[in-house]
Ligand binder design. Sequence first.
Ligand code: SAM
Length: 312
Amino acid sequence: MEKAPVNWIDDYFNNYELHKHAFKNVLCQVQTKVQKIIIIDTYNYGRCLILDNEFQSAEADEFIYHEALIHPSFILHPCIERVLIIGGGEGATLREVLRYKSVKRVVMVDIDKEMIECAKKFLPSFHTGSFDDTRLELVIEDGRKYLEGTNEQFDAIIIDVNDPLEGGPSCMLFTIELYRIVAEKLKNGGILIVQSGAASVAENDVFTSICNTLSNVFPHVFPYVTYIPSYALQWGFVMATCNPGNLDITGEEIDDRINSRIAGDLRFYDSITHHALFNLPKYLRADIKRQTRIISDKDPMTEHYPGISTRK
Ligand code: SAM
């Protein structure tokens, strides 16, 4: 019989809730200028990336998160050619974007060079070599600074950064001022996609505040959710656009577009999953409707994170 695992890592949801993972070993532990990076090999979810003590993604189920992040918008849009990714250091968001034959250019802007180096070395199943694709321009810079400085316009802008943790690098990428800049950098019919944090009963303030803030910039805002097993949480994403085009497409059309536009097989997303994603439960729709907070540069959203301990 296999010996009981002895290493445990604590993943705090907040001060009052905690999820524990047994792990085999620590593959990487680095304090960069930007954040603390840990990569561990867990028993149930394989390699996991942890930034500033918060679990970011896990080998066993990152396909759920990354397919949910990219494909609904890319399938609804008539033809995505130019893409901007802010964050996404594992390279898995990039991997999903590069599946599209129509994509001609991707600019990926991540603030942390060492994060990319760790991903290249320790997370090969996440990026699957995507950093070598000739369509990619990789920029090491703060995403907000990049957006403020560029004159380029994109069909899709994806904000895949850490939750807005107190003292963390991403807080100024969740404000109404930032979303106004993004709106200017989208082509006609262009789509913004935001990873938007926990969307659970106990915790959905970041998600619902992002929905409300985006609704004050974009006329069409579509929140959606899915359950991520390694987070043990329902997770939120938001799609926003000034001009949504024709959203009235059938399930058959979604599957036809998947077959004609995407290279390789998907494991999570298809027409049935698409409809599940956008059918939010009643309590969550009510919480989104009730939310009045507008996140701003003067009053940015920050979450206090209780942190993680590892022990034998
Ligand atoms: N899936 C993740 C989650 O659950 O929050 C987010 C993906 S990813 C690992 C977060 C990436 O965002 C990291 O690579 C980090 O370096 C990058 N990042 C954080 N703040 C940033 C900023 N201000 N500009 C650009 N990239 C940033």
